[in-house]
Design a binder for this molecule. Sequence first.
Ligand code: SF4
Length: 389
Amino acid sequence: MNFFIQRSKLRDLYDKVVAGERISEADALRLFETKDLNALGAIADFVRQRKVGNRASFIINRYINYSNYCILSCQFCSFARKKRDADGFELTVPQIVEKASEALKLGITELHIVGGLHPSLPFSYYLEMLKALKNLDARLQLKCFTAIEILHLAWLAKKSVEQTLVELKAAGLDSLTGGGAEIFQPDVRRTIAKGKESAAEYLDVHRTWHKLGGRSTCTMLYGHVESLADRVDHLRQLRALQDETSGFTGFIPLAYHPENNDIPVKTPPTGFDSLRTIAVSRIYLDNFPHVTAYWIGLGMKLAQVALSYGADDIHGTIIEEHIFHMAGANSPQLQTETDMIKAIRETGLTPVQRNTFYEPIKVLADATASEPAENPAHSKVLEDNLATA
Ligand code: SF4
């Protein structure tokens, strides 16, 4: 048994987890409230090891925001703009295809595409975008749209959510993103994202997608005005839906960034808070295969440490990120494949390149034989991003 657990007041919860018993919401709150981060991390690391063994994954992907115009004005959001704003943007389908085409040279397997709720783009724009990207390369996996975007598209199309998802799937949609969950507790949700869909609506979009055979991830935005009990309640609702559908491939906790918005939290999530949130999530969400340490929000150094606190994935190369950087994230715009492999390998875990569904593409078990050479196209894209930033 781990040294830290032997001496810890969390020993009873460790015994419960080892016995394969599900922890309760009261147990999860107790874990959130503990100051014994070493013992909490050891329990989460035990669960991670039991789930995925000695592996940790990453994906070679590219983010594209098709537009930051949005008809809503969520108080916490630093990304959305109105048509009158000078720094608003929208991309045509050919511009999106060009970005995707450039990124294919880096070996990406996934495009992650989200935007605001655009005031005038028609439903056909979104279908054309998906079809054009699949035409570019049918192997490219398209992870697109948050739940609120799906509700917006259903409204545009004047169709049910189910029929909207059916048509998006037929056009090439492979996975929904998990964005927009924020915190489900209604008072907190009203405070940070008035006008956004309710928790029930968010969950119902994912439920409908899962029942169509689709898969998605889900998120929790933590470290603003919510309480620890609100976080437990959020996780409870995600675990319940996963019990029902088994459609979530992974959970991605998102650390709140407070700049350029109307919720100026004085103390955004600390390293301690992020590690305990990842650890409690890993222990409580016993029906989730994967927990991701999102390096854009955490910084790569803390994401790497999170691999010893329950996370088994450090997300992707990303290449161009707007949402967190407009909220003050000072992480870089991209990680190279080589840097991600190095970060994982240093923790003693075996790096695995994965696809959108967390399925392995390449296991990099041997440090000497299979280390990929630095791709010169990465620095070219980084230079281009800096030039246009
Ligand atoms: S969080 Fe999403 S829905 Fe809300 S204002 Fe920002 S872009 Fe719009």
